[in-house]
Design a protein around this ligand. Structure first.
Ligand code: GUN
Length: 297
């Protein structure tokens, strides 16, 4: 069979449009715009591109954007002071510190300093605990975006067998929690998992988030499985190309002959991340202003 290609780009564009309208409503009710602050330390080229596009998307969704570009030799104390300033600023509803940070900085300590009410990345211990307990909080953007695509594709996920490959704090672990909350039967596989192809072959839903180019092979998949590919890997340049090709963690060409539905790379999960970041910012803004977030957010 030939898989349905899940168009994350179109889904994200639609979501951003709806968020923009809800952000305009928020401004009318609260008398101010929702605000998102993004902090980048150092001059990593890929991170600069991400941070710039987050800023643009924020403005396009009728929200205020605060971008702080700090030098690569910023100290831990200076970065914590920046987080404190943003925590205290009533115009800032969400704070995202772009990861990874330069090696001399303590990532967890920086994330821990963000007020849980402004933790639009969902990475603080409070947010992580709320997700584990099934309490309303802020959920990491990439897994929430992946869940939205899955529900759009499959409807009710109840009783489905889901395999999440990868156990990162940013994607794998929260993804598993969200699937569990949606009543799927969830397996978390990782680098020490025995017989990964056999584990994957049982899954109705496969979420690949390992960061290894085209690691998941078409033959591993159950016929008709739904495949969410979170990987973004740039291959080495070939044949004089200036930049190598972007590929996911799944062998897309093969898998799209076997899966029922699959996300492409690029244009699948990637665009969802920013859309959900805007969604989380608007949810935080409502709560920070003492308003209930719209049901449809
Ligand atoms: N770097 C890559 N993805 C992310 C993300 O979702 N949040 C943060 N803070 N940094 C990232």
């Amino acid at each position: 069979m030939t898989a349905t290609i899940i168009d994350g780009k179109a889904f994200a564009a639609n979501l951003r449009e709806r968020i923009g309208a809800m952000a305009a409503d928020f401004e009318r009710q609260a008398g101010r715009k929702a605000g998102l602050a993004v902090v980048l330390v150092g001059d990593d080229a890929a991170s600069q591109v991400y941070v710039r596009s987050k800023g643009k998307a924020t403005l396009a969704a009728n929200m205020e954007s605060f971008t702080h570009l700090l030098p690569g030799d910023t100290t831990q104390d200076d970065l914590l002071a920046m987080v404190d300033t943003l925590n205290a600023n009533p115009k800032v509803d969400g704070i995202l510190v772009q990861l990874p940070l330069p090696a001399h900085l303590d990532e967890q300590a920086v994330v821990d300093r963000i007020l849980p009410s402004k933790d639009v990345d969902g990475l603080t211990p409070v947010s992580t605990g709320q997700l584990a307990l099934g309490l309303p909080g802020l959920v990491p953007c990439t897994p929430l975006g992946s869940l939205m695509l899955l529900k759009d594709q499959l409807g009710d996920l109840s009783g489905m067998d889901a395999v999440v490959i990868g156990r990162s704090i940013l994607v794998g672990k929260p993804m598993a929690q969200l699937l569990l909350d949606a009543n799927a039967t969830v397996t978390i596989a990782h680098s020490r998992t025995k017989n990964l192809p056999e584990v994957v072959s049982r899954a109705d839903i496969v979420v690949a988030a390992v960061g290894r180019p085209e690691m998941v092979k078409a033959e591993w998949l159950k016929d008709g499985a739904t495949v969410i590919d979170v990987g973004i890997n740039r291959l080495a340049p070939e044949g004089g190309a200036e930049k190598g090709r972007l590929v996911g963690d799944v062998d897309f060409a093969g898998a799209s002959e076997r899966a029922g539905a699959i996300t492409p790379v690029p244009g699948g999960v990637g665009p969802m991340t920013i859309a959900v970041l805007l969604r989380n910012t608007l949810v935080a803004a409502h709560r920070n202003a003492g308003l209930s977030p719209p049901e449809s957010l």
